[in-house]
Design a protein around this ligand. Structure first.
Ligand SMILES: Nc1ncnc2c1ncn2[C@@H]1O[C@H](COP(=O)(O)OP(=O)(O)OP(=O)(O)O)[C@@H](O)[C@H]1O
Ligand SMILES: [Mg+2]
Length: 261
């Protein structure tokens, strides 16, 4: 019997490339159709597009919940499938659309980001401070020991859950940060603030941010526009507006909507 191949180490160069990636969920309907793009190491890239465009699917492939049905994803030129899945996931700090809200204490909710640091109060407090969760802790009667989740008799948080989720992702000192639009509705201002703090925390790391609220991500180094499983445009905010295509249309629609409240 052949020994299983040893997984390749995570490359130093965290440049990510999707190369002609196709994907269908088990029901067979194509969701990604020949998607190619690059996230250069150390840059912030935003992925935008309407509901159902395939944004979260891109993240699921990147985190290896699934593999492409055609094409490949590379990291520093290496096929993602050749990397150890555990080591790869430890490289990524992800705040997913249906991120966890755990019926544990506030401190544990952050500590779960890195089980080796579950009891490392100093590390937890550092992560909390970078997402303003320290201010939240100061307001709770039992601070980091406050039991969360109302269903379990604890304190319920609102938009603050997202900040807790980001603190959890940061605990691991991940080299790649991924933020998929929180499903829980935040108001536009809160969402914008969240993305701005995420971009700030991402300085020096590789960042992928997803949103369909374009104002949240307009300062990204590069914006990718996904439509019905295809990448239809990419560029900076200014370039995409100038182009007068899909992004320009979405931007104009949203600007109008927010202008009228
Ligand atoms: N587990 C699944 N099984 C089958 N189809 C799925 C599954 N998850 C998503 N889809 C379908 O794949 C398409 C892309 O979904 P995806 O969640 O990637 O879109 P999205 O751009 O993230 O949308 P949103 O803005 O609503 O989050 C949609 O048509 C969706 O219905
Ligand atoms: Mg999504």
């Amino acid at each position: 019997m052949q020994a299983p191949p040893t997984p390749a180490p995570i490359p130093d160069d965290l440049t990510i490339a999707f190369e002609n990636v196709h994907f269908a969920y088990p029901d067979g309907r194509p969701v990604l159709r020949g998607v190619s793009f690059r996230i250069p190491a150390g840059k912030t890239v935003a992925l935008v597009g309407e509901n159902g465009a395939g944004k979260t699917t891109v993240v699921k492939l990147l985190l290896r919940f699934y593999d492409p049905s055609e094409g490949r994803i590379t990291v520093g030129g290496r096929d993602l499938r050749d990397l150890g899945p555990g080591a790869w996931r430890r490289t990524v700090g992800a705040v997913l659309q249906d991120f966890g809200r755990y019926a544990f204490t506030l401190g544990e909710n952050i500590g779960l980001g890195d089980l080796e640091r579950l009891d490392d109060t100093a590390a937890i407090e550092r992560a909390a401070a970078s997402t303003e969760v320290d201010e939240l802790a100061a307001q709770l009667p039992r601070g980091y020991d406050e039991q969360l989740d109302k269903a379990f008799g604890g304190t319920e948080l609102s938009g603050e859950w997202q900040k807790v989720a980001i603190a959890r992702a940061l605990l691991r000192d991940a080299r790649l940060l991924v933020l998929d639009e929180p499903a829980a509705a935040l108001d536009a201002r809160a969402e914008q603030a969240l993305y701005q703090s995420f971009a700030r925390l991402g300085a020096g790391r590789t960042v992928l941010m997803i949103s369909h609220l374009l104002a949240s991500v307009k300062d990204a180094d590069r914006i990718l526009v996904l439509k019905q499983g295809r990448l239809v445009e990419e560029g900076t905010h200014a370039q995409l507006l100038e182009r007068g295509g899909e992004y320009h249309e979405l931007w104009t629609l949203q600007a109008r909507r927010y202008a009228h409240g």
